[in-house]
Design a protein around this ligand. Structure first.
Ligand code: ARG
Length: 475
């Protein structure tokens, strides 16, 4: 019994199950299969359970296998025989598919908002004074070319905005088709108005294929993929926070709330929370792989295997929300500072611009590249390359530069030399910031609409009973 039960994960689906049943009951009245008074009694009973659920007073009995049977049993105990009419024209197969679609719509709305909060924190840091400071952008983790810190922060913001946008897209695709009324696999001989219940539940239309409607778990796979991608992005960001807080880089100071000390060494400030965020990429990927592996090779249509993907999805949602809720304040409260290596005097991160200056004087690129490399190799160990390369020395090495010569940029000015669209010049960085800010605004508006629609839907079906979203509250 314990092995077959899905009670543990179904607790998170209770609210959605009740909303689905409220729509189904209304549909039965519309089809003439229930009298209006029976419909009202069922609605009252379901709303009472919704109220109980809201107050955390509805206990799921594992002996009844799943949330669907639990609700029906309670309803029948409380209302008598009319409770036994609720399942008319319905199967647990279209029921659980409906629950999952509603759950995912709600969950994606919440995660999207939480991802946006992280992106907003990054954009804010990019606009703060620390955003204008210059740091070496790396390739291969070796200092490559100096850029404004904002440009790096904006990469993370851009990735997260894309993640959030994809979550919004997925939500709107899930809102396309309602599984309700697809029955066990082949629809129903009863005169159900599927378009009506679809509308009540905020779907645009009934699912056009009952076999697919009852067995499709692809939206969950897609959600877990989006979470796995979010996990990869969050872990890259967390890794930079971890690296940035080492003395070697010393570019970021995490707030006390996000570091721990050592049980032994009193001087330590360890970035444990960032490390834990970095670690999340693993479980996210594991959940996605587990989910797809359960789906693999299943014959059509509903198979009980499908029960096993539910906890994977719910865990992914929980972890996704928790990750964002830790990251947003961690970024917000971080102090970005110029690190010891960030003075940049010892780094020849302007080398390409010197090559470019020679190219502009007609020297073939490959030759210019070789000559600059040879010059840089001559810089004595221990001397700072920027001060070593005086205008005089450069003129000697490259007479082609002419009488005005070429001046090595300061670490602060260096990014200004690259003015191509999307390049490191401040103007370009700000242009991209505006694009990201616009996208943030667009998604926030889209999200507000989705939230309003959901609230109206819950209020209508729930008859004013408050039903807290149960899309996993995070850790
Ligand atoms: N507990 C089941 C699940 O989560 C509900 C559907 C059961 N359907 C069935 N035919 N046994 O998938």
């Amino acid at each position: 019994m314990a092995f077959g039960s899905s009670i543990a994960e179904d607790a998170d689906l209770l609210v959605y199950d009740l909303l689905g049943s409220l729509a189904h009951a209304a549909g039965l009245v519309r089809a003439g299969l229930l009298t209006p008074s029976e419909g009202r009694r069922l609605a009252r009973g379901l709303r009472q359970i919704l109220r109980d659920a809201h107050q955390g007073r509805f206990r799921l009995d594992p002996a009844l296998e799943d949330v669907h049977m639990n609700v029906e049993a309670t309803l029948t105990t409380r209302l008598g025989p009319v409770g036994e009419k609720l399942h008319t024209g319905r199967s647990r197969n279209d029921q659980v598919a409906t629950d999952l679609a509603l759950y995912l719509r709600d969950a994606l709305t919440m995660i999207q908002g939480e991802v946006l909060a992280v992106a907003a924190a990054l954009l804010e840091q990019a606009s703060a004074p620390g955003g204008k400071e210059t740091v070496p952008a790396s390739t291969h983790l070796q200092g490559a070319q100096r850029v404004h810190r904002a440009q790096l922060l904006q990469v993370h913001a851009s990735r997260l905005l894309a993640d959030a946008g994809r979550m919004g897209d997925l939500r709107s695709r899930i809102s396309e088709y309602s599984p309700l009324g697809a029955g066990a696999v082949a629809g129903s001989s009863l005169p159900l108005d599927r378009a009506y219940t679809a509308r009540l539940l905020g779907f645009r239309a009934p699912h056009p294929n009952s076999v697919e409607a009852t067995s499709d778990r692809d939206p969950g796979a897609e959600a877990l993929f989006l979470l796995a991608l979010l996990g990869a992005h969050a872990s890259g960001l967390a890794e930079e926070l971890v690296l940035g807080s080492t003395p070697q880089f010393a570019r970021v100071e995490l707030d006390d709330a996000f570091v721990t000390t050592s049980s032994l060494m009193p001087h330590k400030r360890n970035p444990d929370l960032a490390e834990l965020v970095r670690a999340e990429a693993g479980p996210f990927l594991g959940l996605l792989v587990a989910y797809l592996t359960v789906l693999k090779g299943l014959p059509l249509a509903y198979n009980r295997d499908l029960q096993r993907v539910k906890p994977l999805l719910l865990e992914g949602v929980r972890r996704g929300r928790a990750t964002c809720r830790v990251l947003a304040p961690m970024i917000q409260s971080a102090r970005f500072v110029p690190g010891p290596s960030d003075r940049g005097e010892g780094e020849a991160t302007f080398s390409v611009e010197l090559v470019d200056a020679l190219v502009l004087r007609g020297i073939p690129f490959r030759e210019a590249h070789g000559r600059v490399a040879r010059l840089l190799a001559q810089v004595p160990a221990g001397s700072l390359v920027r001060s070593y390369l005086t205008t005089e020395r450069l003129r000697q090495a490259f007479p082609e530069l002419g009488p005005t010569g070429w001046k090595v940029p300061t670490p602060l000015d260096e990014p200004e030399l690259r003015r191509t669209r999307g390049g490191s010049a401040w103007k370009e960085v700000r242009r991209d910031h505006q694009r990201l800010q616009r996208e943030l605004g667009r998604q926030r508006r889209e999200l507000a609409i989705a939230q309003r629609r959901w609230k109206t839907l819950v209020q209508r079906l729930g008859g004013g009973v408050r039903a807290r979203s149960k899309a996993a509250k995070g850790f």
